[in-house]
Every structure is written in structure tokens, then in C-alpha cells.
Design a protein around this ligand. Sequence first.
Ligand SMILES: [Zn+2]
Ligand SMILES: [Zn+2]
Length: 154
Amino acid sequence: MEQRTILPDCCEDWILTYGKCYEEGEEFRCLECGTQWVKTGEGNYRRGSDKRAFVERSRTRGGEEYPYLAPQEGPEPVTQRCCARIILRHGQDTKVEHFVCPICRTEWRREMVARGGVNVPCFTRPDLAEPLTIQQGKPRPFLVPVSRHSPPHE
Ligand SMILES: [Zn+2]
Ligand SMILES: [Zn+2]
């Protein structure tokens, strides 16, 4: 079993936007998915459900700061937030087959793969064992390995 350190995009947005406003020790919820969190210190947060701790980090590129949350222990998410956002926003429809993330400079390739009778866009990079695809989910779409993709429910 791989470790599930993936953080819902909505929680990451919520914490990066509002996290500074909470007091240390204060509990709060992401209003989009309802997940319970507690702020354990400056830039430190713990999820209520599995007690997993996340830390605010950032990358700097061209003088701009791009914050993200990383698990305090264990592997970083397989896909950086910067790349995930770009793929989730543009990946479905873009005609560009090869692109580089402007922030972390990861190179990606996009190709269409047949899954259950429909073609879905898949995204690969050299160090990834299995391509990723976009899974429609609630409240938001997210990235999954293509073998775990399931067609959206009606
Ligand atoms: Zn959330
Ligand atoms: Zn990136």
C-alpha cells in the first residue's frame, strides 16, 4: 500500500489562505469538504481524521513565492501542488503535448489513453511509474494513477 499523504486541494487552499488567521491550538474546518483541522503552531497543521501533520513550505521563482503544504513526515506528495494545479485546470482540454511547469520545472507529457471505451488524458514524467489522470470527484477533481481511474458516476 502506498502512503496516502495526498491532501485535498480544497484543504490546501483553505489553509494557505486562512491558516495565518487561526490561533495556535485552534480547531477549524475546510468549508469545502468539511475536514477538521487544528493549527499546532506557526505554519503547522494537523488533520483531525488521521492526525497527520502538514507544514507550510514554499518555492521561490523569479521573486514570487509559491506556498504549498507538505506532510511533516513521510514522502512528499508524488505531484507538486504547482504541477497538480496546472494539470487540473488545463489538462483536460489543452492541445499541448509537452509542457514544463513554470514553478518547479518538471517536464510533463500529455497523451490520450483508452480507458473503458473512452479516451482520457494522461500525464507522465520520467520518474513516475504510472501516468496520472484526472479523476472527477467531489468537491473537486483530483489526480490519480491511471489504473485507479473510474468513470464519473451519473
Ligand atoms: Zn477540504
Ligand atoms: Zn510544478
